[in-house]
Design a protein around this ligand. Sequence first.
Ligand SMILES: Nc1ncnc2c1ncn2[C@@H]1O[C@H](COP(=O)(O)OP(=O)(O)OP(=O)(O)O)[C@@H](O)[C@H]1O
Ligand SMILES: [Mg+2]
Length: 340
Amino acid sequence: MASGDIMNEIKTISQAIEHVVDPSSGKPLKDTDAVKHVAIDDEKNAVTLVIGVKKVDETTKQQLTRSLAKIIKIDLGYRGLKIDFQRVVDEDSLLNKARDIKYIGIASGKGGVGKSTVAANLALALTRIGKRVGIIDADVYGSSIPTIFNMEIKLPKANADEKIIPFAHEGIEIISTEFFLKDNKPLMWRGPMLGKMLNHFFEDIAWHQDIEYMIVDLPPGTGDVAMDIQKLIPQSKMLIITTPHPSASHVAIKAGYAAKELNHELLGVVENMSVFHHNGESITIFGEGGGAEVAERLETDLLAQIPIGQPESGHHSLYGMEEPIGIDYLGLANKLIKSL
Ligand SMILES: Nc1ncnc2c1ncn2[C@@H]1O[C@H](COP(=O)(O)OP(=O)(O)OP(=O)(O)O)[C@@H](O)[C@H]1O
Ligand SMILES: [Mg+2]
């Protein structure tokens, strides 16, 4: 038989069996890419298959052998059939879930521009829209996410798999460097210790399986720690925070370039503390144009301009969903959902 005919035969067999369901995973062979190999022995008129299954147990082997034999022997008319079963890791249940999470890294050049405030309010806005959100507070210099959410500082517990269980607040799951510090001491760890802890943050947390958005409050600047963290989350897309003032926008541009160099896609720019509305007037306390300049220089969009203002609820940082700044955050969240 010509080799082209063999190829056609193999194709016909593959197509005929791809809809058979692997009882151990409940999925058709096609979905799990389970048909690893098809060979035909022309002389003996026999087919050899290598099939990847989630579990190689007797039930799985018997059921699959029966379904495959029906197709190969009865429908397609081959005399012999040999099947090799191989166990394959079900990447779908492990990795795809994790891969589905959309990481939003919150970066700024300068400290104090409102990175954590934006991170927290953005998380809240996404939750209000019905999304499941987690926050990784990776600002090792001055983590403030627990303070913003009025959270008690205590060591998180671990589950049976030795994964750390994050704390939840307003439906948002939160993990912070702060939970791992004793007596509020500033974090002076460097090198391996710091790297180790941050690795835990990205690998050993038992996040809720339905989390769709993970907001990462990054340390300010373009220094080693910021770079290390950005490398730990290569899939993260970056939101750059600045104020209208040149002192902030200049460094924000640098942070944006650093992110681009690490191949992080930029989501856009948020200009925080943009204006102060008072008695019908808009006062530009911190100058003007910083956000637009950063967006232009980084060739991305200015997604939001958040005015200066205290939350009406009396909370120090979190805005209600009906007050103007709360509505600005809903707008930002909606834009991000669309572009992600
Ligand atoms: N739009 C705003 N209007 C009024 N106050 C704000 C606004 N944004 C942030 N702030 C206040 O400014 C201060 C700094 O904000 P925040 O801690 O979020 O900045 P940061 O960039 O995370 O700072 P750090 O570099 O220390 O982590 C906080 O007291 C916060 O409540
Ligand atoms: Mg902060």
